[in-house]
Ligand binder design. Structure first.
Ligand SMILES: [Zn+2]
Ligand SMILES: [Zn+2]
Length: 259
């Protein structure tokens, strides 16, 4: 390893305010391959040929990361750092790893559901970090509650519904964190419906996390049902767009008590 700071990845991440940000590591400034020109000249041929240097990808990926809106506290999270506390969590981690490795833009997404504190946000952020910085795919991460408040303030600023939705339709992957948190009004529901429908029609991936059980309408016995929190139209779109993956947090305790 030549650079201890970036572990030879070429980029480093950090928290900045409420968001995670990335920058090109000092060891790549200027780029040692092209000396900062962005071009690599092949002197072995005549006339000499120029090829685009890989550092251009690096700059673009860092920009993508800085536009993704990942939460500050998640800036360095990787899948390897996720500590599974039960066999069920290990299975979920394996699913996320496979999904991340096999992903191509347009693939069907997933809805990761389970109790608070089971590491759902960590898992989707580590996946996003890989997509953005290693693969160069665009990701938009948005907290559901924040999304509702952004829609409300955008609308009161006089922006049209299409204007509000478009930045959320463009990225390869949209991640809605904490789906169902906060009560959406009828108008917000209709905007969300448009958003999910537009992504569906464009063949774009939707990924979501939720503390609510998507399998039940109410489900008071264990956890509240997702259907009680979002509209039926959105729910049925999500069924088409997402595989439902449960992450369990309390398996460890249950296993212990058996022995
Ligand atoms: Zn470095
Ligand atoms: Zn270069």
């Amino acid at each position: 390893m030549k650079c201890a700071r970036c572990k030879d990845l070429g980029y480093v991440t950090a928290p900045l305010g409420e968001f995670a940000v990335a920058r090109v590591c000092e060891c790549r400034i200027p780029c040692p391959e092209c000396n900062g020109t962005g071009l690599i000249i092949d002197a072995s041929t005549l006339p000499r040929k120029a090829a685009v240097c890989s550092c251009r990808h690096l700059n673009r990926r860092v920009e993508l990361f800085n536009r993704a809106g990942l939460p500050a506290r998640m800036h360095s999270k990787t899948l390897d750092l996720f500590e599974e506390r039960s066999p069920a969590q290990a299975r979920t981690k394996t699913f996320i790893r496979r999904f991340t490795e096999d992903y191509a833009p347009g693939n069907r997404g997933f809805l990761l559901w389970g109790k608070p504190g089971t590491g759902k946000t960590h898992l989707v952020c580590s996946m996003s970090r890989h997509f953005l910085l290693e693969m160069g795919w665009s990701v938009k991460f948005i907290d559901f509650f924040q999304l509702l408040s952004d829609l409300k303030s955008g609308f009161s600023d006089g922006r049209s519904e299409a204007e509000l939705i478009s930045p959320l339709v463009a990225p390869d992957v949209l991640i809605i964190d904490e789906l169902g948190k906060g009560r959406a009004t009828e108008w917000e529901i209709s905007i969300l419906d448009q958003l999910v429908s537009r992504r569906y029609n464009a063949g774009k991936t939707v990924i979501a996390t939720t503390n609510y059980d998507p399998m039940k309408a109410t489900g008071e016995d264990r956890m509240p049902g997702l259907l009680s929190r979002i509209d039926e139209r959105i729910y049925s779109r999500l069924c088409e767009l997402c595989e439902f993956i449960e992450i369990q947090g309390d398996d460890y305790r249950r296993l212990d008590s058996r022995f």
